[in-house]
Design a protein around this ligand. Structure first.
Ligand SMILES: *Cc1c(COP(=O)(O)O)cnc(C)c1O
Length: 227
């Protein structure tokens, strides 16, 4: 994925997160370039995003199609090489807009969305790489494909020519996340997938130690979200 140069300005949240990633990689004997930091810019104004762009960061995550459509065209005009990831639950009727706007979708979580994305990809000819979200903690309210149904779901995606590159999870809050990250790693391995979207501000270092290739970090970069 995109590897824009990082200027190593000291003491910014971005440099602190990058340093923590590098440290976790060292412990796990991994290379930092195996981990993509997705700066989750949902709810943030362009004025908060620009400093990261100016520092050379190019990979961002949004959870709402409409909000991303409003913010990103102008920022993409001003900065080359932006990579935009969809990390939030996606309504099937937004599949075509999402296929046009995003470079990667992390929230493929159900058959109806799979069908809608397949149709959108066929129509636009743009096949966006997807992560399948797994219901890792058996919490249906968070969405995700049940673990027992994962292999069949992946087979269906292959049949429909939807490119699945890895698995994504949101572990239950207030419990040690490591066992859930380890389980997602095993599920990916068992299904021949090598990319893992896991880890947020509170647990990305653990996720990196357990094999995350994509971490989704908002608060640690931008501060607490309002509301
Ligand atoms: C908001 C969000 C994040 C980022 O959460 P932080 O705790 O602010 O780092 C990551 N993943 C998903 C799916 C999100 O909705």
């Amino acid at each position: 994925m995109d590897t824009a140069p990082e200027t190593s300005a000291p003491d910014t949240p971005l440099s602190a997160v990058n340093a923590a990633i590098a440290k976790s990689c060292k412990i796990a004997r991994r290379e930092p370039d195996e981990v993509t930091l997705i700066a989750v810019s949902k709810t943030r104004e362009a004025g908060e995003i620009v400093p990261l762009l100016q520092a050379g960061h190019r990979v961002f995550g949004e959870n709402r199609v409409q909000e991303a459509q409003a913010k990103w065209p102008a920022l993409r005009e001003a900065y080359d090489g932006v990579e935009l990831h969809c990390i939030g639950q996606l309504q099937s009727n937004k599949a075509e807009d999402a296929a046009a706007l995003f470079d990667c979708i992390h929230s493929l979580d159900r058959t109806s969305l799979l069908k809608a994305l397949a149709k959108a990809f066929d129509k636009t000819g743009r096949r966006v790489p997807c992560f399948v979200q797994v219901d890792i903690g058996r919490e249906p309210q968070k969405g995700g494909v049940p673990i027992e149904e994962l292999s069949a779901f992946l087979a269906k995606a292959r049949e429909m020519d939807v490119p699945v590159v890895g698995l994504m999870c949101l572990p239950p809050s207030d419990i040690e996340p490591a066992p859930f990250f380890a389980l997602l790693h095993k599920l990916a391995h068992d299904n021949g997938l090598n990319q893992l979207s896991m880890g947020m501000s509170g647990d990305y270092e653990t996720a990196v130690r357990l094999g995350a290739t994509h971490i989704r970090v908002g608060t640690a970069l931008f501060g607490p979200r309002a509301g």
